[in-house]
Structure formats: C-alpha cells, structure tokens
Design a protein. Structure first.
Length: 314
C-alpha cells in the first residue's frame, strides 16, 4: 500500500478534515496545512475535550498512515518512550557465548548491543520507514510528563532522529507527521515550542458546535441538538465552573439524551444526566435543579424570539 498524497492547499486540508467529520475553523486548517507542507511538528494547546487528539486520528485515517500514540504521564522516561534494551535476552546471549568459550569482551559487547536486542518504543517506531508513508506520531498530553522528558524530544522534533549511545544516530528517511497536544496544566519549555508550529484550539462557537453535534450524533433530534448546544454555550459563558464542558462532553450528553428518546431538553432529565456533561460534584450542584430549569426556559424564549424576528432585507 503506497502513501496517500498530502493536501496541496488550505481548502484541500479543510476538506480532508471535513471528510472524516471533523469540523475545523479556517485557522486550524491553515496551520495544519503548513505543518504538513513544511514537515514541522504541530503543537496543539487548549482545554481538554476540544478535539486536539482527534486531529491526529483524522490524519491517520484520511491519509492511510499508521497512528503511533505516545500517551504522556508523570515519570515517563526514555525507556518507555524511545527505546530500551532486552536485558534478559542479552544475558542469555552472554551465557551462551561464555559456554562456547567466546570471552572476548569487545566482540561480546558489540554482539549484545545489536538491533536484535533493541525494544522499540513509540518514538523510535515512528522513525521507521513504511510503505504507507511516514506515520502520524501523536505525543498526547505532554504537560502530564515531567519537564526533564521534554529534553528527550528535542532531537526528534528538530532532526527526526534519536541517538542511541551503543548504536549511534538513527534518522528517519522521511520525518513523521508529529502532533503534540497539551491541556496547559503546566507551561512547556520554549526550546520545544520553537521546533513546532503552534495553534490554540478554542471552544467552538454555537454554529460550529451545532454542526459537530449533527455530524457526530446524527440520531439526535434537531431541537434537542440546538438546545443542548445552547445550554453548553451558556455554561461556558455565564457560569463560574471548576471545569467547563468540552465538545466531547457535549457529544456525550447529546448521545445520552438521544438514548433516552428525548427530542428536547427536559429540565428534570437534564438535571439527572448532568454527570454526563460535568465531571465535578461542585459544578453539578451549582447548576442542577432550579438553575437548569431557568436556563432551559431562557433558551426557549431566545429561540422563540429569534424565530419571530423579521428577515433582514438587502
């Protein structure tokens, strides 16, 4: 299977995303296009649940490339992310050589530090050639990793290579498509950001979020989708929540309400299902009950007012 060509224009990049159901604004399509054409890593920052990780998945699907995911966490190191040696297999090799009387230390050292005993982790796998073309390397939630781990990535991001002391430098014939995401729980060092193109992925406006719901939850009634989006947009704009709902939570809530055969927001059902939308008890208690009822009433008044406005002339 041969590699699929990269999109040649911003419009083609936007169409590529749209073909997979990803509703992107023009600025994201532009920076993604530049990242692909310039072969530079793309650093996506934003709140959780706004669709950063999905960009890498969409690229993998639409371009027919392998997706290699490195999920970051506290304590992540080079052995888990880049490579490590198969020590048990090396010990067996040493014992076999000793039993055969082959005790030349220099020869033995070169024998055990061979690619046969190299365990390749996500970063090193992403540098390997593939008939499908360079893979998509997703470095997800980098801010969860320790700051020291960022230093391991600088060589990869700048030169698409890693240096293994026992083997030397391994360089990709073609650089992988690198997508880095962060939820901004801590600042990422400037040295890493300089090697990337940057984009802040914001919450979508109401029109775009409604389009996302329609595409991702096609079974949701039109009125339900409108009211769910209006409710979530109000929460983000007006309520002082510990954690605002992302697009992922909007989709989950629309799906849940559809599963309950709701065709519009019912205040009681909305209150009972807030745990799908909000993930902290203090936020749920702040909104549920009379607050939900008032918000639903306001949404319907606004909708009725908009429906009765005369069309503009011109």
């Amino acid at each position: 299977m041969t590699a699929k060509p990269l999109p040649g224009t911003i419009d083609e990049t936007a169409a590529l995303l749209e073909s997979a159901g990803y509703v992107a604004d023009r600025s994201l399509a532009t920076v993604l296009h530049l990242s692909l054409r310039m072969r530079r890593p793309l650093f996506l920052e934003g709140e959780a649940g706004v669709g950063k990780t999905e960009v890498a998945k969409v690229l993998s699907d639409t371009l027919g490339r392998d997706l290699i995911r490195l999920q970051c966490y506290e304590g992540l190191d080079v052995n888990s992310a880049v490579y490590e040696w198969n020590y048990s297999a090396q010990m067996i090799e040493i014992r076999v050589a000793e039993a055969a009387g082959d005790t030349d230390h220099k020869t033995l050292a070169s024998s055990i530090f061979d690619e046969r005993f190299l365990i390749k982790r996500p970063v090193l796998k992403a540098l390997e050639p593939s008939l499908k073309g360079p893979p998509v390397l997703l470095i997800d939630e980098l801010d969860r990793a320790d700051e020291a781990f960022e230093a391991f990535l600088l060589e990869v991001l700048a030169d698409s290579q890693v240096t293994i002391p026992e083997l030397g430098t391994i360089t990709a014939a073609e650089p992988p498509i690198v997508i880095i995401t962060t939820n901004r729980t801590r600042e990422i060092h400037d040295a890493l950001k300089r090697r990337c193109l940057y984009h802040w992925v914001d919450y979508p406006d109401a029109a775009r979020e409604l389009e996302i719901v329609r595409r991702k939850v096609p079974g949701a009634a039109h009125r339900l989708a409108q009211e769910v989006v209006a409710f979530v947009q109000h929460l983000r704009a007006e309520e002082d929540l510990f954690k605002q709902p992302g697009v992922a939570e909007t989709l989950d809530w629309a799906t849940a309400l559809s599963e309950l055969n709701e065709i519009a927001l019912d205040p009681d059902i909305a209150s009972d299902t807030l745990g799908v939308l909000l993930k902290y008890q203090d936020d749920i208690e702040r909104v549920r009950g009379s607050k939900v009822r008032q918000m639903v009433e306001d949404i319907r008044k606004d909708t009725a007012r908009a429906d009765h406005q005369p069309a503009s002339i011109g």
